[in-house]
Design a protein around this ligand. Structure first.
Ligand code: 5RP
Length: 214
């Protein structure tokens, strides 16, 4: 199965997890796009969704699916989102689409995080995909120096301003063997908004486009 077919299969498979739900969280990206298309077919069951990005909000609006404010809905039962890399412990690298901070907030506020990926995203060790870090703009070069001191090679994603008005550094050259420690330590660098590692709040279930789930 090619990658696009796997993205579709994974995105559509997530529909089974939202049965009986009236409010859910929706992530960002090309895999989630297939989930949103499938969601449109069952939208009459939904009161609305909490979206993790302006990009997804636009798609959801186009499908006539109401958008809700996370502050108004409290804890969500289910959140569906993609990932850039996933290890066997369901720890993730996210943020390839620049929506990592809102994604992390919704994941934290959800009881079940369903992650949808194609098989190429499944790795033994996280870090081949450059780790996105959202930073306050004035802290960009300071954070970059701190990352270099810690052995990473940060590259400024110069064409990207996040939905929160911040910038992204993509950190190359990592082999992340202890994702929870790295997430904790790098989140402490002043000027970092969020590191795109989802280790303290990993996915609860990963649906792979080749039919595997773990
Ligand atoms: C956006 C993300 C996406 O989930 C991640 O980039 C995967 O995207 P795609 O499904 O297009 O490969 O984290 O910030």
């Amino acid at each position: 199965m090619d990658i696009e077919a796997q993205k579709r299969a994974a995105g559509e498979a997530a529909i089974e997890f939202i049965e009986g739900q009236s409010v859910i969280g929706v992530g960002t990206g090309s895999t989630v796009r297939y989930f949103i298309d499938a969601l449109a077919k069952v939208k009459h069951h939904l009161d609305g969704v909490v979206s993790s990005s302006e990009q997804s909000s636009k798609l959801l609006r186009a499908h006539g699916i109401p958008l809700l404010d996370l502050n108004a809905v409290g804890t969500l039962d289910v959140y569906v989102d993609g990932a850039d890399e996933c290890d066997a412990g369901r720890h993730l690298i996210k943020g390839g689409g620049g929506a990592l901070t809102r994604e992390k907030i919704i994941a934290a506020a959800s009881k079940q995080f369903v992650c949808v990926v194609d098989a190429h995203k499944c790795v033994d060790v996280l870090g081949k995909f450059p780790l996105p870090i959202e930073v306050i703009p004035m802290a960009r070069s300071y954070v970059a120096r701190e990352i270099e001191r810690r052995g990473g090679t940060p590259v400024w994603r110069a064409d990207c301003v996040t939905d929160n008005g911040n910038w992204i550094l993509d950190v190359h050259g990592l082999a992340i063997r202890d994702p929870a420690t790295l997430e904790s330590e790098w989140n402490q660098i002043t000027g970092v908004v969020t590191v795109g590692l989802f280790a303290h709040r990993p996915a609860d279930v990963v649906l792979v486009g080749d039919g595997r789930r773990f």
